[in-house]
Design a protein around this ligand. Structure first.
Ligand code: CO
Length: 171
């Protein structure tokens, strides 16, 4: 089922999520809903809190070598932990909770992570490139943080001004 995506400045986005303990049907429905919702909005990643569920659950589905986003490539990431990181890289990020806003964000270039899959199996992995960037972006959501919190003071100020204008225009 396609769910509503919560957008800034909804306070729920600042809430910390908690670990999943039961890898049951409820989790599987959540993962499936998240996938449908993300695809409907043309996203490449989504955290559960973005649809109002405070669980440490995220999905990432990057385009493949032919620039096609296929479901076989989706990563379902539960209770993630970034256990090591190296380097830095700048990438223009966006977020389904901050629609139509894009800005450069500095992140680690390489990460070593641990998480569980939908059946609770522990996975250890190393990522670089866009996967590492998306992983860090989504993990921030689980800690109640949005990418706009990484902007410089001036960029953030401009964003807030523009965002208020945009929200006014919509009401
Ligand atoms: Co996001």
């Amino acid at each position: 089922m396609i769910r509503e995506i919560i957008t800034y400045p909804n306070k729920l986005l600042k809430q910390k999520s908690h670990d999943v303990e039961d890898f049951n049907d409820e989790l599987h429905v959540l993962l499936d809903d998240m996938y449908e919702t993300m695809i409907a909005k043309n996203g490449i990643g989504l955290a559960a809190i973005q649809i109002g569920e405070r669980f440490n659950v995220l999905i990432i589905n990057l385009p493949n070598e032919d620039d096609k986003q296929v479901k076989e490539d989706v990563l379902e990431i539960i209770n993630p932990k970034i256990i090591d990181k190296k380097g830095s890289t700048l990438y223009t990020e966006g977020c389904l909770s901050v629609p139509e806003y894009y800005e450069d964000v500095d992140r680690a270039e390489w990460i070593k992570v641990e998480y569980r899959d939908r059946d609770g199996k522990l996975i250890s992995c190393e990522y670089d490139g866009l996967m590492a960037i998306a992983f860090q972006h989504e993990c921030d959501h689980l800690n109640g943080e949005l990418f706009i919190e990484k902007l410089s003071y001036l960029k953030r100020k401009k964003f807030e001004k523009d965002w208020k204008k945009k929200l006014k225009g919509k009401s």
